[in-house]
Design a protein around this ligand. Structure first.
Ligand code: HEM
Length: 195
């Protein structure tokens, strides 16, 4: 799970960096140029997409297997859920945040990758989409779930490696997840407000 998740962290950093050009205030020139550049290198993009898809499928498969094993090991659930032994709101909601992100991905790719560009501009399609409160709101909610999901995933990985007690790592991972989720959230928020 950790390895397949890690590939997505790499993708998210690159995707965020590219998408922040949406906010460069040049009516989409930089973003459309960036999107055009990506389309001009299918020999890189297509294998990357396939690897990400495979990683996602494996990630979901592992998540389903793990929750089945957990349910089988404890057929009668806990009477009371308490935040002890590293359990937190994020850890309990992992399966739900994961499901929401999965639904989001389907909708997101359908809207932007396969959506009709406006006058050939992907920027204008994104701008038009985030002009609707419902879309901007949906993205903001998903980005909160994404931040929690990423944060708990890092916590679990550190726990497995025996590094969970290190406060610096904890702070760094919180900062990293906040930058990723917050960075993505900034885009619909700014564009909705007309930026
Ligand atoms: C405000 C946030 C986001 C914006 C504005 C955004 C924008 C876009 C756009 C415009 C595309 C189409 C690219 C193209 O056709 O050239 C795209 C594709 C994609 N996005 Fe996002 N994205 C955001 C957040 C996310 C997040 C959080 C994830 C993952 C959890 C994600 C995963 C993807 C994937 C997998 C693709 C397809 C990439 C490909 O097939 O090449 N995006 N995104």
């Amino acid at each position: 799970m950790a390895l397949t998740g890690l590939m997505w962290y790499g993708f998210l950093v690159g995707h965020l960096a590219g998408n922040l050009t949406l906010l460069s205030g040049d009516s989409g020139a930089a973003f459309d140029e960036y999107a055009g550049f990506l389309e001009s290198i299918p020999q890189f993009i297509i294998p990357t997409e396939l690897i990400l898809l495979l990683a996602l499928a494996l990630h979901v498969y592992c998540a389903v297997s793990l929750s089945r094993e957990a349910a089988a090991a404890r057929p009668i659930g806990y009477r009371q859920l308490r935040s002890v032994g590293g359990r937190s709101v994020a850890s309990r909601s992992m399966i739900w945040s994961g499901l929401l992100i999965l639904v989001f991905l389907g909708v997101h790719i359908f809207t932007f990758k396969y959506g009709d560009r406006i006058d050939g501009s992907l920027f204008r399609l994104v701008q038009e989409t985030f002009g609707h409160a419902i879309w901007a709101g949906f993205y903001l909610i998903v980005m909160v779930a994404l931040g929690l999901h990423l944060w708990h995933a890092l916590r679990s990985a550190f726990q497995t490696l025996g590094l969970s007690a290190r406060p610096t790592l904890r702070r760094l991972s919180i900062a990293f997840c906040t930058i990723i989720a917050g960075g993505f959230a900034l885009i619909p928020a700014t564009m909705f407000l007309g930026g």
